[in-house]
Design a protein around this ligand. Structure first.
Ligand code: PLP
Length: 399
């Protein structure tokens, strides 16, 4: 293999095999396995049906209307205004669309550009484990150092003492993800307050990945997403990140955004403009329309996903898994130990043959040996009949 920094990046993301060859991500590998075997793909998190028709039509109209050249570097003004208005409407946040918003190539670019922009080599970034796969690679690209705080199965609560212990004099960022992939947890106010307290006390910036902000299964106020930027003293030290891909079921459009203090946005823009410069011009007006959809239509997106999540949870429990019901996100984590499987990775390799279903082992997101190795992540962002079929197949599974 050719020499270069790729090796460190692939290693940080756990993608180097023993012979030093870079492997595709587990999600790509499992999607490929599903395509090859015809198994139902509950591995990679992408919906199997389209989002709101008006949003799709707006993109078609934009392409037909000639919106096909480079948009402005920070994103088109109507989208930046829609993002600012969305944050005011849903969370009471006061965001300036001209100086405090940046449109990015998905949340992935927002995360990577933020980490590169806001750390120096050797600086430390605190992350929650299990961890979404792009974080470790981005931290490595920046030459920064990852410090993990484990969320323990099955409660997956963030413990304030563990968080405080992970912060050192070299810490620059806390990379927060709520609603959390893969655990399906929506962090509650007490957990967010613990993060905010450490950030204020140690003068840290919080990079908050909130891509599943509308995909929560609220019961009254329970499991309602609270952006950490709304906590006292946090608006000026938070980079809030989200993505149209999740809310509007358009993961392939790769329209994300962030908002933060003007000097922080300037710094991230300096990096972002040399990663992609800009992207997705015809999708930007469509996403602006989506963000302005009536409340009931936005709330229906989370409620609908919640029904699918419940369907999957019940199906997995009926099949004999130990299941932790999710508070939000595309995902449900299940323990295969009650079925006699102690190695989630081995089970996921065998699942297409055993049951005609594809899932992802939680080991792909976590290295802490104190956590059970028998956990498997299933995606619920599929049509109900697909979830029912997958659950039926899992119930009939025999070793
Ligand atoms: C927690 C989390 N952050 C970021 C992303 C990436 O979002 P995007 O597709 O907008 O880059 C995902 C996608 O799965 C995710 O689960």
């Amino acid at each position: 293999m050719v020499d270069g920094a790729w090796r460190k990046v692939a290693k940080a993301a756990g993608l180097l095999d023993s012979s030093g060859v870079p492997a595709p991500t587990i999600f790509a590998r499992m999607s490929e396995l599903a395509a090859r075997t015809g198994a139902i793909n509950l591995g990679q998190g992408f919906p199997d049906s389209d989002g709101p028709q008006v949003v799709l039509e707006a993109a078609v109209a934009a392409i037909r209307g000639g919106v096909n050249q480079y948009p402005p570097g920070r994103g088109i003004a109507p989208l930046r205004q829609a993002i600012a208005e969305h944050q005011r409407h849903w969370y009471g946040l006061d965001v300036d669309p001209d100086t405090e918003v940046l449109v990015t190539a998905g949340a992935t670019e927002a995360l990577t550009a933020s980490i590169i922009a806001l750390t120096e080599p050797g600086d430390e970034v605190v992350v929650l484990e299990p961890i979404y796969d792009s974080y470790s690679a981005a931290i490595e690209m920046a030459g920064a150092v990852r410090r993990t705080v484990t969320l323990d199965w099955p409660e997956y609560r963030l413990k304030a003492d563990k968080l405080a212990a992970a912060v050192t004099d070299r810490t620059r960022l806390i990379l927060l993800n709520t609603p959390h992939n893969p655990t399906g947890r929506v962090l509650d106010r007490a957990e967010l307050e613990a993060v905010a307290a450490v950030a204020r006390e140690r003068d840290l910036i919080v990079v908050a990945d909130e891509v599943y902000e509308h995909l929560t299964f609220t019961v009254g106020e329970q499991h309602r997403h609270v952006p950490i930027a709304t906590l006292p003293g946090m608006a000026g030290r938070t980079v809030t990140i989200s993505s149209a891909g999740k809310t509007f079921s358009v993961t392939g459009w790769k329209i994300g955004w962030l908002h933060a203090r003007p000097d922080i946005v300037d710094a991230i823009t300096a990096v972002k403009q040399f990663l992609t410069y800009v992207n997705g011009s015809p999708f930007q007006p469509a996403v602006a329309q989506g963000l302005a959809l009536p409340d009931d239509e936005i709330l229906a997106i989370g409620a609908d996903l919640g029904r699918r999540s419940t369907l999957l949870t019940e199906g997995l429990a009926a099949a004999g898994f130990g299941v932790r019901p999710s508070d939000g996100t595309y995902f449900v984590i299940a323990d295969a130990a009650p079925l006699g499987y102690t190695d989630g990775a081995a089970l996921c390799d065998d699942l297409p043959r055993l049951a005609g279903v594809v899932a992802v082992p939680v080991q792909a997101f976590a290295k802490d040996p104190s956590q059970p190795s028998s956990l498997v992540r299933f995606a619920c962002c599929k049509r109900p009949e697909v979830i029912e079929e997958a659950a039926g197949r899992l119930a009939r599974m025999r070793p």
